[in-house]
Design a protein around this ligand. Structure first.
Ligand SMILES: Cc1cc2nc3c(=O)[nH]c(=O)nc-3n(C[C@H](O)[C@H](O)[C@H](O)COP(=O)(O)OP(=O)(O)OC[C@H]3O[C@@H](n4cnc5c(N)ncnc54)[C@H](O)[C@@H]3O)c2cc1C
Ligand SMILES: NC(=O)c1ccc[n+]([C@@H]2O[C@H](COP(=O)([O-])OP(=O)(O)OC[C@H]3O[C@@H](n4cnc5c(N)ncnc54)[C@H](OP(=O)(O)O)[C@@H]3O)[C@@H](O)[C@H]2O)c1
Ligand SMILES: Cc1cc2nc3c(=O)[nH]c(=O)nc-3n(C[C@H](O)[C@H](O)[C@H](O)COP(=O)(O)O)c2cc1C
Length: 587
């Protein structure tokens, strides 16, 4: 069997080293090797493969794992923790659990019920269970992989035996996942004393499929930017831009609700400044893990993130030499001061604070975290905007410590990639954020700021597929005159009745703040009626404050209009979640 091997064209926005690496990578992936046929193991186990996910990564990996276990002759039982109970877990002898973390170390929305039940004193004992946890997270969050860690500790406390130690993974999940699979694979074959002895088995990855999905994070699509326009007025206090790319010549497909991952490049002005301050030559050869040899200029542009600080970075920099100020900030009791220091500074500030500590380009790269991809909720509808993908990007700009600064990706999309230019992208499916299957069901969408993005997609999608269900949108921004994103489209939809209700909250148009949750409360009786008529509810946008306040407002209106006490209102909202009628895509 042979595959056509795709390649990265010469005009693609990659460095020669990146291009060579990507082409080598693609050649390897498409080399035609079929998955090896698995041996049927001497020890065939029934294994629960469980996942707790918000944006689908844990589910994707769990499916991969289940497939591979099956190939090895085991009997995997794939399930989401959303609809799983501790009692079901207690019936298992083997469970492999993949769980991500959100919020302040919380479980994904759907797994909250499981997390609460397993934490209760009444949770069942798990003495017969052998388990392993793969925790997904992001090292840039304070509560890194906390839900996975809590789950792992709780299962052990309830009597479960670890198959292997928990593995915590940052956003680059694939390599740690492979390592975890190997460890699990080795440990599973270590038969318990009273089991028939197991023949040595191949490692799971030896039999994993070598063919990737057509375009994934590992195999991005170089999409052409076909339109860019501001959605905010030029006199607005912020800039939000509409960026459209063409998918017409690609195999990239998405569904309403999905996000688009973008590979960003650092601002060349910042890279130049770092090179000037350190006096390292831009063409110095450096090694980047998984990429190989490249120049310092390329590495600083594409592979590392110099614009923000983390504790690890400050620690690594301080360890290079004498820097009293940083050492003081790194003291165990100085976390608050360190947080304040890191909040609006980057590498360049460390270089100014304590100059001359770096002695080589390799040292510089060692202290910098990897540049990660950025996600944007897709604001177009695959049915209505065929061959296109639209994003709605709030541009991050601020001034601190005498320097104008910008977000890496949002400024790249807004300032540095022209129409006609190309940007490497992939689709991040968001299976938890889908329109109802019933096209007649009403939906309520709450999307202040860029949170409106998936709802523009939903509205166009529902019209294109002839969905007759009622649509209600709550939109909020700073000011109606300058920040009413997609005003024409939304008002036209309200005018022709496709948008049954459009309620807006312009926070800075009066002397007190008005937010979307205030409108929810204001129209609480109607909101409650819609919920009782089967409406599904969607929230998108800021996670740190808005999503929490909207959730609190929902509980409040259920109490007020449903005549429930706080416990009953909590149960009602929990049921909404279990019925797949309360969806959140918050960041
Ligand atoms: C599922 C998902 C969907 C998303 N959808 C969208 C979307 O539709 N539209 C959208 O615009 N974004 C969206 N985002 C956010 C997006 O991914 C990026 O995080 C955002 O664009 C910022 O990235 P950046 O590279 O421009 O900024 P970065 O380089 O990541 O910089 C942002 C950082 O700058 C610092 N910072 C920002 N402002 C200030 C300030 N005033 N003072 C001090 N420091 C500051 C903070 O540390 C902040 O974390 C989404 C995120 C997720 C996870
Ligand atoms: N710091 C930045 O420069 C910057 C830039 C872009 C995006 N972001 C981040 O990206 C995300 C989305 O930003 P965005 O531009 O789409 O919009 P946003 O910052 O979320 O603002 C949209 C609207 O929501 C309001 N709002 C503020 N707090 C709220 C709350 N607790 N409940 C409900 N509404 C609230 C804002 O009002 P007020 O602002 O008047 O209070 C504004 O009217 C957020 O996480 C934001 O922090 C930050
Ligand atoms: C809004 C948001 C909040 C997050 N909060 C955390 C966090 O507190 N701790 C952490 O380790 N990771 C956090 N993450 C990272 C996710 O856990 C990580 O991206 C994970 O791979 C997602 O897996 P999933 O797609 O299965 O949900 C957060 C991600 C997002 C988008």
């Amino acid at each position: 069997m042979s595959y056509i091997v795709p390649f990265i064209p010469d005009n693609a926005p990659f460095s020669p080293a990146q291009r060579a690496w990507l082409n080598g990578f693609l050649a390897g992936l498409y080399s035609g090797s079929e998955p090896a046929t698995a041996n049927v193991p001497a020890l065939s186990l029934k294994i629960a493969v469980l996942f707790a996910t918000q944006s689908g990564t844990s589910e994707r990996l769990a499916k991969k794992l289940a497939k591979e276990l099956k190939l090895r002759g085991h009997v995997p039982d794939l399930a989401s923790l959303d609809s799983y109970s501790p009692a079901s877990l207690a019936e298992q002898t083997h469970a492999l659990i993949l769980a991500s973390t959100y919020g302040e170390g919380d479980p994904p929305d759907g797994a909250k019920s499981f997390a609460e039940s397993i934490a209760m004193d009444s949770a069942p004992r798990l003495d017969s269970l052998r388990f392993a946890v793969f925790a997904l997270g992001d090292t840039s969050y304070e509560h890194f992989c906390k839900f996975g860690a809590d789950l792992d500790a709780r299962l052990s406390a309830l009597g479960g035996t670890r198959i292997c130690e928990r593995m915590d993974s940052g956003v680059d999940v694939d390599a740690p996942f492979d390592r975890w699979k190997t460890t699990v694979s080795d440990s599973l074959t270590e038969a318990p004393a009273n089991s028939p002895s197991a023949a040595p088995l191949p490692h799971l990855e030896e039999i994993s499929s070598s063919r990737p999905h057509v375009h994934t994070r590992d195999n991005p699509y170089l999409a052409k930017v076909i339109e860019k326009r501001p959605l905010t007025h030029e006199i607005s206090s912020k800039l939000t831009v509409h960026v459209s790319i063409s998918l017409a010549e690609s195999e990239v497909h998405y569904e309403a609700g999905d996000a688009c991952g973008v590979f960003a490049q650092n601002d060349p002005a910042l890279v130049e400044e770092i090179l000037a301050v350190t006096q390292f030559p831009p063409d110095a050869t450096v090694e980047i893990p998984k990429v190989g040899a490249t120049t310092l200029l390329e590495a600083l542009t594409h592979h590392v993130q110099p614009s923000r600080l983390t504790r690890k970075m400050v620690q690594a920099y301080a360890a290079l030499g004498d820097c009293g100020k940083l050492e003081h900030l790194l003291a165990p009791d100085a976390q608050t001061q360190l947080d304040a220091y890191m909040y609006d500074r980057g590498l360049i500030d460390l270089l100014e604070e304590c100059p001359g500590l770096l002695t080589s380009p390799a040292q510089l790269l060692d202290i910098l975290p990897k540049l990660t991809t950025r996600l944007y909720s897709i604001s177009s509808s695959p049915a209505f905007h065929a061959g296109e993908l639209h994003t709605t990007v709030a541009v991050v700009r601020y001034r601190s410590h005498n320097r104008d600064r910008g977000g890496v990706c949002s400024t790249m999309l807004s300032d540095r990639i022209p129409v006609g230019g190309r940007v490497p992208i992939y689709i991040q499916p968001n299976k938890k954020f889908r329109l109802p299957l019933d096209n007649t069901a009403p939906i309520i969408m709450i999307g202040p700021g860029t949170g409106v993005a998936p709802f523009r997609s939903f509205l166009h999608e529902r019209r294109a597929i002839g969905a007759t269900g009622r649509n209600w949108l709550f939109f909020g921004e700073r000011s109606a005159t300058t920040d009413f994103l997609y005003r024409d489209e939304l008002e036209a939809m309200r005018g022709d009745g496709h948008l049954t209700r459009l309620d807006t909250a312009f926070s800075r148009d009066q002397d007190h703040k008005v937010y979307v949750q205030d409108r929810m409360i204001e129209f609480g009786a109607e909101f409650w009626r819609w919920l009782n008529e089967g409406a599904s509810m969607y929230v998108c946008g800021d996670a740190s404050r808005m999503a929490k306040d909207v959730d609190a407002a929902l509980h409040r209106l259920v109490e007020t209009h449903g005549g429930k006490n706080s416990e009953a209102a909590k149960e009602f909202v929990q049921e909404l979640q279990e019925q797949n009628r309360y969806h959140r895509d918050v960041y």
